[in-house]
Every structure is written in structure tokens, then in C-alpha cells.
Design a protein around this ligand. Structure first.
Ligand SMILES: Cc1cc2nc3c(=O)[nH]c(=O)nc-3n(C[C@H](O)[C@H](O)[C@H](O)COP(=O)(O)OP(=O)(O)OC[C@H]3O[C@@H](n4cnc5c(N)ncnc54)[C@H](O)[C@@H]3O)c2cc1C
Length: 386
């Protein structure tokens, strides 16, 4: 059923810009393009504007990107990271707190902002295909079980990791990995302002984490490589730690391996990708909110014929995260043990002073302060190559 209350007007047969997907990146892009004076319509496959809840951690960059109302999605602030591996641990104090946000609240407030900017939202409308026409693009959709066609000058694919827009316009698929989270009771020994990270390379080349969202609840999660094996390791991890899952959250997340060009010309029309659809995810931590907003901003600026600096700096940033992931990906237990041991006071300070959304600065700072860490990273890179 369509939610008319969330729509100021219906999409017209001819739109300037049609955005596919009403999640974080799509709504952010839509609002920005509409504020630039263009007619924008967002099509969303889900029948209702009620996104699934998801507990996320972002850097304080989020507050610079969003409005006051989007910041109502912030549940908690993180001031410290505790890293664990093989009986060892290290703490990193953050100069600027990380933020715990709730995704469904964020999406609701972004959709209100988009509508305020003049964007039309249409639910229960699944994008099927696109093809060129004389003035731009035909967009074929399934609207509440019926096939319909719209026309647009530009289409923005914000339809996630398995983007159908990307396939329709000829982009190759992006690789994805499974991410599973369970909401659990916050353990008594874990302070509300502390995120815990466990490196267990026998289970996953990524890591486990626990992010407290309130004095009652925390989200525990893992990124793996293969769905079933990841879930089996996660179940074992939860049991070992004595965590009882209260809720489950999960999806496949793109793995950034190289820059995905965000624009393609199809006939007389333009197709763009933003967010997970363009793998705009920090592959070192698999965080996609802040980088997806940056990609959305870059595409909006391109459509509005403004500067493309945002896309250039995002590309550099995602590349630096890829380098970090490559260095860590083949770490064995002894490498993680050394890594935690090597985190001396000055390195911990630089890791805490610069956030994960400024990784090029972070890398240079670590190279200056802790060359041994760099050698360890280089070893990881060489192992990865082998
Ligand atoms: C459990 C979990 C925890 C995470 N934790 C973090 C974290 O801590 N920090 C962080 O930064 N990131 C995190 N992420 C990643 C982050 O959530 C994603 O990068 C981000 O949500 C991607 O947003 P998006 O708008 O690009 O795509 P999505 O959120 O995937 O949205 C795509 C939208 O498109 C719609 N759609 C799809 N196909 C069609 C179609 N054919 N027609 C119309 N609509 C369509 C979908 O219904 C959906 O609304 C996490 C992800 C998961 C799964």
C-alpha cells in the first residue's frame, strides 16, 4: 500500500531526476539535488517508509554532514576503543567522540528533509529497467504489482549493494561480504562510552565488535567472508562471551576494491551511482554512511554542474582504506599480537586524534610515529600479494 501522507505530489511522467532507493545515500542526494533547483522523484521498492532498525557507528564527520534533525538519530557517544587479541589488549582514547546512530531514525529524518526540499517519494515502486529515449531515459517500474514507465533526464542508483540500476546501465557487479549484528544486553563490565574490537583471524580476516547504544543495550557484530561460516563463528563467539541475542540485524555489504566511476551516459540520459551501489564503503571497517553521504554529495554536485572535488577526495579516502585492508587482510594471530603490542603511547594518541574518515592523514601520522607498524603493514601487503 502506498503512503500518501509521505508524499506532497506524485512523480510526474517526465522528471528531471529519478533516484532509485530511499535509504541514506539516495535521500541525501535527492534533497541536495532538489535544493539546487531540480525536480526530483525518489522510487522505493519497500511498501512503507519504515526502514529496519540498525545500530551503526560513525565518526564525528557525520555531524558536519547532517542537519540538526538528522542528528536526532544519535543514541550515544564513544570516547574509547578497546582492542583485544589473544589475551592482549590496548586502549585508544578518541579526541572527538564517535557516534552511535540508529538507521531507521536517520532515514525517517532524511526523508522529511527531502520532502521539505521538494522531493517526491513514491513507495511500493520497484525499479525494473532503463533504456534510452529521445529526451533522456525510459524508466520501467513495478508499481504495486503493475508495470509503469517514467521518463527522466538522469537516474541516480541508490539501490544498495545489489544495485539493479547499475546492472541495467552496464556496470559490473561489486563483490559483497556478509555483516551480522545481534543486539544484546550491555555487559556490566563494559562502559557506555567504549567500543570493543576483537581480532580473531582464525574466524575472520575482519573483526568482531561491540558498540553500546544505551546503558541497557549494545550491538555485537562481525564481518566475514562467507555467509554460513560467518554465522557459525558468530554464534560461537556470542556463546563464548555469554551474549544472548535480543534482535538480529544483517545484510551484505560491498567490498571496495577499486574506484567505481559514478557516471555513465545511456543514450541521451545520464545514470549515476551513490552509496553501497557504488561500493562507497570504507573497506577497512566496512562503514558506509559517511562515505555514502560524500558520494551522494559528489553526484549531486556533478548533476548541478558544480565542482567535483568531493568525488576526488572520496576516491583518495577509499583508496587509503583499501591499502589498510590489504595490509591487514592476511594477518595471522602473531601479527595481530605484535600490532597490539606495538601500539605505544604516541601511536595510540595519533590513532585517537584523527578519525577514520581522514585515513590518509592517519596513515602519514602513524608512519611518522611508529615505523615498525609500517613494516608490519608492508609484510601484510606482501603476504596479501602472495
Ligand atoms: C548490520 C549492519 C551494520 C552496519 N554498520 C555500519 C556502521 O556501524 N557504520 C557505517 O558507516 N556503516 C555500517 N553499515 C553499512 C551501512 O549501513 C550501509 O553502507 C548504508 O546503509 C548504505 O546505504 P545506501 O543508501 O547506499 O543503501 P541501502 O541502505 O542498502 O539502501 C538501498 C535502498 O534501495 C532500495 N531498493 C533496492 N532495490 C530497489 C529497486 N529495484 N527499486 C527501488 N528501490 C530499491 C532498498 O529497499 C533500500 O531502501 C552496516 C550495515 C549492516 C548491514
Amino acid at each position: 500500500m502506498e503512503h500518501d501522507t509521505h508524499r506532497s505530489r506524485d512523480c510526474r511522467d517526465y522528471e528531471d531526476v529519478v533516484v532509485i532507493g530511499s535509504s541514506a545515500a539516495g535521500l541525501y542526494a535527492a534533497a541536495r539535488i532538489a535544493r539546487g533547483g531540480r525536480q526530483v522523484c525518489v522510487l522505493e521498492a519497500k511498501a512503507t517508509p519504515d526502514p529496519a532498525p540498525r545500530t551503526l557507528i560513525v565518526t564525528d564527520q557525520f555531524t558536519k554532514q547532517t542537519s540538526h534533525s538528522a542528528r536526532s538519530s544519535i543514541l550515544n557517544e564513544i570516547r574509547r576503543f578497546e582492542l583485544f587479541t589473544d589475551g592482549r589488549s590496548a586502549q585508544i582514547e578518541l579526541k572527538q567522540p564517535d557516534l552511535i546512530i540508529e538507521r531507521s531514525r536517520l532515514i525517517r529524518s532524511l526523508s522529511e528533509e527531502a520532502q521539505h526540499a521538494g522531493v517526491t517519494l513514491r513507495y511500493d515502486t520497484r525499479f525494473l529497467d532503463l533504456s534510452p529515449n529521445a529526451n533522456g531515459l525510459h524508466v520501467q517500474v513495478d508499481r504495486s504489482g503493475k508495470r509503469e514507465e517514467l521518463h527522466a533526464l538522469s537516474v541516480v542508483g541508490a539501490d544498495g549493494a545489489a544495485s539493479r540500476v547499475a546492472r541495467a546501465a552496464g556496470w559490473p557487479p561489486v563483490e559483497t561480504v556478509p555483516l551480522v549484528q545481534a543486539v544484546v544486553k550491555l555487559p556490566k563490565d563494559c562502559p557506555l562510552d567504549t567500543t570493543r574490537v576483537w581480532f580473531i583471524p582464525d574466524d575472520t580476516p575482519y573483526f568482531y565488535w561491540m558498540i553500546p547504544e544505551s546503558s541497557e543495550r549494545a550491538a555485537v557484530g562481525v564481518i566475514g567472508e562467507h555467509g554460513r561460516a560467518t554465522k557459525a563463528c558468530f554464534d560461537r563467539f556470542l556463546e563464548t562471551k555469554g551474549f544472548e541475542p535480543l534482535e538480529w540485524q544483517g545484510a551484505r555489504i560491498p567490498v571496495y576494491k577499486r574506484w567505481v566511476p559514478v557516471q555513465r551516459t545511456v543514450g541521451n540520459g545520464e545514470v549515476y551511482l551513490v552509496g553501497d551501489a557504488a561500493a562507497q564503503v570504507k573497506v577497512s571497517t566496512v562503514g558506509g554512511i559517511v562515505t555514502g553521504f560524500r558520494g551522494a554529495r559528489g553526484v549531486a554536485d556533478t548533476i548541478l554542474q558544480k565542482s567535483t572535488t568531493e568525488l576526488r577526495t572520496l576516491r583518495r579516502e577509499l583508496g587509503a582504506h583499501w591499502l589498510i585492508r590489504r595490509a591487514l587482510h592476511d594477518f595471522k594471530q602473531q601479527d595481530y599480537s605484535r600490532l597490539v603490542d606495538l601500539l605505544n603511547v604516541s601511536t595510540r594518541e595519533s590513532l585517537g586524534a584523527i578519525n577514520r574518515d581522514e585515513s590518509t592523514r592517519l596513515l602519514w601520522s602513524v608512519i611518522r610515529r611508529q615505523p615498525k607498524l609500517v613494516l608490519l603493514g608492508l609484510r601484510g601487503l606482501l603476504l596479501g600479494k602472495r
